[in-house]
Design a protein around this ligand. Structure first.
Ligand code: SF4
Ligand code: FES
Length: 246
């Protein structure tokens, strides 16, 4: 009989689950995504990062367990479970999520400093996204370049909340927060003026470098790393050591 690993049950030691027909060993308490990554297996993801608690918001990591859909980054691995991830159906849904993200913001890769280092772009390549399918929103959100060393372009934010988690858990500064709800959900800067210049954010902060897309960028570093030598130029998002954001 299988044993659930939700609380890190020691009877799960040495237990495996099946991921797309291949057995994956997991440690007690691990999520499906954590175990898959440790085994060198790729499950597409955007809002997950190994250094932070799972957010479970982007849904790009959606897998099927016993036919039911769930987020691999939040579902705990369980012994004997049968997990489907790399299927035409799930990859088509992931592609559609990516297409929606691309039209919701302004992701103009050829002119973006993050191109080649961007998890959104790399995942879109991985899911074989060749068009955006939907009509672009072309939002007109602010670009905050008020800070001496860091800028943020809200038009590129995919609301992964990694900067929120990094700012809270590592920097202990809470520079960023999420406001609104539903379609009005958006990222805000925690200062009276709403500007980065009026926060105590520093270039060395984890929140300044964690953004998986080109929303938060260091200033005066444009194209320091040439095109062709960037993170995802020689690798794909699916390469085992590439399976995380910056
Ligand atoms: Fe994520 Fe970047 Fe938006 Fe922060 S600014 S929520 S890290 S996409
Ligand atoms: Fe799992 Fe975003 S919901 S990576």
């Amino acid at each position: 009989m299988t044993t659930l690993g939700k609380t890190g049950n020691t009877s799960d030691i040495g237990a495996t689950f099946s991921l797309d027909g291949v057995d994956v060993l997991f440690e007690p308490g691990e999520t499906i995504l954590q175990a898959a990554r440790r085994a060198g297996r790729y499950i597409p993801h955007l809002c997950w990062h190994p250094d932070f608690h799972a957010q479970g918001s982007c849904r790009v990591c959606t897998v099927k367990v016993k036919g039911r859909a769930g987020s691999a980054c939040t579902l705990h691995a369980a012994a004997g479970e049968v997990v489907e991830s790399n299927t035409d159906e799930l990859n088509a849904e992931r592609k559609m999520l990516l297409q929606m993200l691309f039209v919701e913001g302004n992701h103009f890769c050829p002119s973006c400093e993050k191109s080649g280092n961007c998890l959104l772009q790399a995942t879109a390549y991985e899911m074989k996204m060749e068009d955006v399918l939907f009509e672009e929103f072309y939002p007109l959100r602010p670009i905050d370049a008020s800070h001496a060393d860091v800028m943020i372009d809200f038009n590129r934010c995919i609301l992964c909340e990694l900067c929120v988690r990094a700012g809270h858990d590592v920097d202990a500064k809470d520079v960023f927060a999420i406001a609104g709800h539903g379609i009005g959900t958006h990222l805000v800067v925690n200062s009276m003026s709403g500007k980065l210049v009026d926060t105590d954010m520093a270039l060395a902060d984890r929140a300044a470098s964690i953004c998986p897309v080109g929303a938060i960028l260091p200033k005066r570093r444009g194209f320091v790393i040439p095109i062709g030598e960037r993170r995802y130029d020689p690798h794909t998002a699916a390469d085992p050591d590439m399976q995380e954001a910056s």
